[in-house]
Write a new protein. Structure first.
Length: 522
């Protein structure tokens, strides 16, 4: 069969496309690993094509948003690359996250307009947790729940032979007006994961991404209340030998990457959960010839504080390390089930100060129960971490993830929305932000946002003073930290192009001036 695999096109929400740096987007972005893993899984039996989101598009390229009523505008979108790619295809698979589903749903409508009989399979985290709603409210024919590396091949064989679908675990399907759900598929074992073919990076378009992605484990040993990771409390890890084999495979395709700072990003929720395994992988990386390729991964404070882990981090070429602290006060950390304290975060900062330029500390503000004072405590702690220990803090406004504990308890917080919330961009609106954070007024939200700018401005001024007083060598050091790139925009406030101890942020919502922008990566 001829199979097309794709996800929704890359997009931005902004008031003007001219302020978006496409080159920076390429350098910082990475391809969808699921696309290329699934392509490798089925291509021995099928003719597979991949429509990468960086080569996809929608029209019009700029669409003005209008709050809750944006659905009518969104449904006017066309997808030229997709509509051209479906010619001669026997089946299409579309993967979507919850925050991309609004586009995926319209893509499916366009496909069915051109060929009503063409089977469409929806996969990814959103179809996994909202399969019944998706099949009832969209024109998708099938939803693959959970890990697709076994379900998708079985479904394709059944469609090709016209066989019964009832025995395919992990599949949901429409039959007339009814939605039929086959039994759940058991999770793959670590050995089954190791037996999967290597990702089909030969199908990756050249010059559009700055990083490649690899998976060395699935799941997470923890259960944070805001997280929608489908395999919480379940962690399955590849052996160090298997991981290094995948790194070697990925490194052979780094010539396809954009820019000079190339990287391989381990997308695991917690790469260093098993210290001995992580150390064995690090030892192997130290011995490999990765040329100029750097390594990025995510780790938890309590795992990263292992002196042996830090010792290995000092020996390999790092791109960055994401470390989720999330809240800046202990009661907040307890409430989200993070399993750390602010004290343990500071102790880690002391232990790892020499590596701080690689750290990206993640924080979340605006949980449904938080007050302005709570949010400001988190902002202040983010500033404290980067001021005392270095690194970059990224402060993001809380988003409601389906499948998380908070989503399941949302009625308790007065949030009555259901799955329809993800059919549009209403969840990014001011009106929804007001319901999501009921203890914050709009004035509170902007005071918090401006406080982040104030912290950054003080650091810009402080470094400027140091540069005036220091030597030429000090000037060069400050320039490398990014001071020369400090600029101000009404949307983003003061920010720098590199780390240098600053606080990055996401906007609390998008107002009526915002547009849905299709990015031209080619």
């Amino acid at each position: 069969m001829k199979v097309l695999l794709t996800v929704s096109p890359r997009f931005e929400l902004h008031d003007d496309i001219k302020y978006i740096d496409i080159k920076s987007c390429k350098i910082g972005s990475r391809p969808s690993l699921a696309l290329y893993q699934l392509a490798s899984t089925i291509r021995e039996e099928h003719d597979v094509r991949v429509l990468d989101p960086a080569t996809s598009d929608f029209w019009p390229r700029e669409l003005q948003l209008h709050g809750k009523g944006d659905g009518d505008h969104l449904h006017a979108l066309r997808f030229p690359a997709l509509e051209k790619s479906i010619n001669g295809v026997d089946v299409i698979g579309i993967s979507a996250t919850s925050f991309e589903w609004f586009l995926a749903k319209i893509m499916i409508e366009r496909i069915k307009e051109k060929d009503p009989c063409l089977p469409v399979i929806a996969g990814g985290i959103h179809p996994t947790i909202a399969d019944r709603y998706i099949l009832q409210s969209s024109k998708a024919d099938y939803a693959v729940r959970g890990e697709g590396e076994k379900t998708l091949p079985e479904l394709l064989v059944a469609l090709q032979k016209g066989a019964d679908l009832a025995g395919i675990d992990g599949l949901s399907r429409r039959q007339g007006e009814a939605v039929l759900r086959n039994k759940d598929r058991r999770l793959m074992t670590a050995q089954e994961m190791e037996n999967l073919p290597l990702p089909a990076f030969d199908l990756l378009p050249s010059g559009l991404y700055g990083k490649l992605t690899l998976e060395t484990s699935r799941g997470c040993l923890f259960d944070c209340s805001f997280c929608s990771l489908p395999f919480r409390r379940s962690w399955r890890a590849l052996s160090p030998e298997s991981v290094l084999k995948r790194v070697e495979h990925a490194s052979s395709f780094t010539s396809k990457l954009y820019g000079n700072r190339k990287a391989i990003h381990f997308v695991d929720a917690t790469f260093v959960a098993d210290s001995k395994r992580a150390q064995a992988i690090f030892s192997g990386l130290e011995e490999m010839d990765l040329a100029e390729t750097r390594i990025a991964f995510e780790g938890r404070i309590n795992e990263m504080a292992d002196p042996d882990i830090l010792k290995h981090c000092r020996k390999i070429a790092l791109d960055f390390i994401v470390i989720g602290i999330e809240s800046g006060y202990d009661e907040g950390l307890r409430r989200i089930g993070k399993g750390i304290t602010t004290g343990s975060a500071e102790r880690f900062g002391t232990l790892s100060r020499d590596l701080s330029s690689y750290f990206r500390y993640g924080f979340i503000i605006g949980f449904p129960w938080e007050t302005k004072e709570d949010c400001l405590r988190t902002v202040a702690f983010a500033d404290r971490m980067v001021s005392r220990y270095g690194g970059l803090a990224v402060v993001g406004w809380y988003q409601l993830y389906p499948g998380s504990k908070i989503w399941n308890d949302r009625m308790h917080y007065g949030i009555n929305d259901g799955w329809e919330l993800f059919d549009s961009l209403h969840l990014r609106s001011q009106a929804f932000r007001s319901r999501l954070t009921p203890r914050l007024s709009l004035e509170d939200i902007w005071e918090i946002d401006h406080q982040i700018d104030a912290h950054n401005l003080m650091r810009v001024l402080d470094r400027s003073d140091h540069r005036k007083e220091g030597s030429c060598d000090q000037d060069k050091e400050i320039s490398r930290d990014g001071l020369a790139s400090a600029i101000y925009t009404p949307m983003d406030g003061y920010f720098l192009s590199k780390t240098g101890g600053f606080i990055d942020k996401t906007p609390p919502y998008f107002d009526r001036q915002a547009k849905l922008l299709s990015l031209d990566w080619t």
